[in-house]
Design a protein around this ligand. Structure first.
Ligand code: ZN
Ligand code: ZN
Length: 409
């Protein structure tokens, strides 16, 4: 591995220059756990070097979060500091870029009763609703990146010591986010330009139907007339091109809600709310999941599908080549940001409004009328492998092969 400090700097530069694409004199807001302090110090330095007008760091601590969720009075979980929510809205209104540093800890809340987590999540969601509009509609630049933590590393590398695990995870993250490339920013520009080429090709094709075939999978779906393939980055209100997720490898759109027919088999374990679902199949009729099996985690899968009516349908179809940086690690990260970018996937639940023309301005009913699924949940699960064959039907009824042996044809 190159000098660790140098790689850390490169990762920070990527988050600033590619992630939020910080503009001269702009305010940068960083939301980070105290355990990430060593990285955040580097990040803040790089932000000022890149011309930040000001940098504000908002700290939190997972142990305090855990303590509060375990033993605070229930009443306290239903409260969220309004000055904080207002502060975020104020900073967004002033055109700030917002960066979230996450240290995933898949099992952190395992021992907390579901209703306590739900109460805290709800209080947060309600208070932050105003601010969320700025990010969800792409009004401001925002990005999320992950850094290793010991618990996360132990989950991925159960046989390594704590120190080895951290080193292995950092090495993998640096490779995956292209921070180990000689010129990481240039490597990203190349990658994003490849993604944009794929998007314009797919969007110009206006495919009517997609067919997925591999071991255990034989699925067909139609795409809404106004579907849009999206991926890579987004332009914010001021026209700045930013990348919400580092890494990102997928291009995705939404299927026509009632069109899925056939069966899919998962190719990677799915971590849902701290429980793992493995080797599962879903059978679709007129878009609805009518049957499902799971070798492990059947009850968790059942709970997920029974969340609401929309959780019986699919809201996203995403294409990721089998030969890509995350997939090539052959690791399961137990974190959606990484796992969904390793494999072709579908999502149980809501469609992203931006994957249909004009969708961001549509309400729930209008989205459903356009054939988009709505639900409280959106959970990606992986179906890609080196055997995945995907073909598509054009408007004229011709069949074209788009994926062969797991990669773009
Ligand atoms: Zn996705
Ligand atoms: Zn998704």
């Amino acid at each position: 591995m190159q000098n660790f400090e140098a790689q850390l700097e490169k990762y920070a530069q990527l988050a600033i220059k590619v992630g939020v694409n910080l503009q001269p004199s702009q305010l940068l807001v960083v939301n980070a756990p105290v355990m990430a302090a060593y990285f955040v110090r580097t990040l803040v330095k790089e932000a000022y070097k890149a011309g930040a007008g000001n940098v504000h760091v908002e700290w939190h601590d997972e142990e305090i979060t855990h303590t509060k969720l375990s033993i605070a009075p229930f009443e306290a979980l239903t409260q969220y500091p309004l000055w904080k929510a207002k502060g975020y809205e104020e900073m967004a209104e002033a055109g700030a870029a917002v960066m979230t540093i996450s240290i995933p800890n898949p099992d952190l809340l395992r021992d907390i009763p579901g209703e306590r987590i739900a109460a805290a999540n709800k209080a947060n969601a309600v208070a932050m609703e105003g601010f969320k509009k700025y990010t969800q509609t792409g009004k401001i630049s925002w990005t999320t990146i992950c850094i290793p933590g010991e618990e996360w590393a132990a989950k991925i590398f159960p046989y390594a010591s704590a120190e080895e695990g951290m080193t292995l995870l950092w090495e993998n993250i640096f490779n995956i986010v292209r921070a180990s490339a000689e010129d990481p920013v240039a490597a990203w520009q190349q990658h994003l330009s490849n993604v944009r080429d794929k998007l314009s090709l797919l969007n110009s094709k206006r495919y009517k139907k997609l067919f997925f075939k591999s071991a255990g999978t034989d699925l067909s779906m139609a795409l809404p007339d106004k579907h849009l393939w999206v991926g890579g980055g987004i332009h914010n209100e001021k026209g700045t091109y930013f990348v919400p997720n580092l890494p990102t490898e997928e291009v995705f759109t939404m299927p026509l809600k009632h069109s899925l027919e056939g069966v899919v088999t998962s190719t990677k374990p799915l971590n849902y709310g701290g429980n793992v679902i493995e080797n599962f199949t879903l059978t679709f009729k007129e878009g609805r999941i009518v049957e499902f099996t799971a070798e492990k985690g059947y009850d968790t899968l059942k709970r997920l599908i029974e969340t609401d009516e929309g959780a019986h349908y699919i809201g996203e179809v995403a294409l990721v080549p089998h030969d890509s940086p995350i997939s090539n690690t052959n690791l399961v990260f137990f974190n959606t940001l990484f796992d969904e970018n390793a494999s072709c996937h579908l999502a149980i639940g809501a469609a992203y409004p931006l994957s249909i023309e004009g969708g961001s301005a549509m309400g729930k009913e209008e989205l459903e009328q356009q054939g988009a699924n709505t639900s409280l949940v959106h959970v990606d699960f992986m179906i890609g492998s080196q055997n995945m064959e995907i073909s598509a039907e054009t408007a004229e009824g011709n069949i074209e092969i788009i994926f062969s042996k797991g990669n773009w044809a």
